[in-house]
Design a protein around this ligand. Structure first.
Ligand code: AKB
Length: 338
């Protein structure tokens, strides 16, 4: 019998780096798919890496033929800023790629007769608040409110959430002999901040860029206003949440997509905490109005009570401890500043 494996798409990206380390150390057999070859340190931890795109259905056929996949962590995506430059390509990767993976999961499940767990990182970008007054009034938003994204990436995330729910609950509803084999679960991530990797192509990137630049001794020009406020969480908390959501019985879940957050902070608050740790750093502002408008359309905070109640989501780090206990010491080590 073939050994059940977990496939991770977009494995070389920010979330992939930490997720693979966690999955490998818990003994999971891993197969990865990424458009770029994996960093050798990451490659050592996986059984097999496929280099290619989630849009390549013949590559997915090869994986299907060779492996018995039990779990899919579908991380591959183009982020919000990058997607605005090439919307049609972004849609192709973000939505058609996800549809390919859902179909792949259904066919895997049909072939081995068990549901395939499909874990999907959606985003705070799924929200769209019309203007600053609406953002101020909205406060902490729940999953079903204000879902009118202003970015292509946000539209893509929302449609993939719906596709996942369709495959889980209604796939081929008019066919008599179809067993649904996809168990789709999504989190809406806030801005994620990692001490190990620097994001690229996102709009919440300023938080990570600020701290990494300061630790490298480089000056940084922040592209949003000081008062810009959105929710964030650390990468270790984000990865822990994915693993926790993947591990709970389906019966515990009352929905297919869950808000997550650990703290809500303004760019000025983040700048202040970074400057306390690296007093010689220079962090200035030059607002990019277009990117600013994107972050302004995201809520200042989200209501994560469904995740807390249904599957015990509980981030380890709040704003103070995220910087004091994780980000500052880890970036110091990373850039030899300790
Ligand atoms: C982005 O900025 O595009 C991402 C996200 C919030 O999903 N970090």
């Amino acid at each position: 019998m073939r050994k059940p494996v977990t496939i991770v798409t977009g494995a070389g990206g920010e979330i992939g780096h930490e997720l693979i380390a966690r999955l490998a150390s818990s003994g999971s057999v891993l197969v990865t798919l990424d458009v770029m070859p994996l960093d050798p340190r990451l490659a050592r931890r996986v059984s097999r890496q496929f280099v290619g795109s989630v849009t390549d259905t013949s590559l997915l056929e090869r994986v299907l033929a060779e492996f018995e996949v039990d779990r899919v962590f579908h991380l591959a995506a183009r982020l919000s800023t990058r997607s605005e430059f090439t919307p049609a390509t972004a849609h192709h990767v973000n939505v058609e790629g996800t549809l390919n993976l859902l179909e792949f999961a259904q066919r895997q499940g049909e072939s081995h007769g068990r549901p395939v767990l499909f874990v999907y990182p959606s985003s705070v970008a799924a929200y769209g608040l019309a203007d600053p007054a609406t953002k101020a009034r909205a406060g902490c938003v729940r999953e079903d409110e204000y879902t009118h994204p202003v970015t292509l990436y946000g539209c893509n995330k929302l449609s993939c959430e719906q596709l996942g729910r369709y495959y889980t609950r209604h796939y081929k509803q008019l066919s008599a002999d179809v067993t649904r084999r996809v168990d789709f679960r999504a989190v809406r991530f806030p801005g994620l901040v990692s001490a190990e990797t620097v994001p690229s192509g996102g709009t919440s990137d300023y938080a990570s860029e600020m701290i990494h630049a300061a630790a490298r001794g480089e000056s940084y020009v922040c592209f949003v206003r000081p008062d810009t406020t959105v929710p964030f969480m650390t990468m270790p908390d984000g990865v822990e949440a994915l693993l926790k959501l993947a591990s709970v019985p389906r019966a515990c879940l009352t929905r297919t997509e869950y808000n997550l957050r650990a703290f809500s902070a303004s760019a000025a608050e983040i700048r202040a905490v970074v400057l306390r740790a690296f007093p010689e750093a220079t962090i200035t502002y030059a607002v990019d109005e277009k990117r600013q408008a994107i972050v302004d359309s995201w809520p200042a905070d989200v209501d994560d009570s469904a995740a807390r109640t249904d599957w015990g989501f509980e981030p380890m780090y709040d704003f103070q401890s995220a910087f004091r206990d994780y980000l500052i010491p880890a970036v110091r080590r990373r850039y030899g500043r300790d």
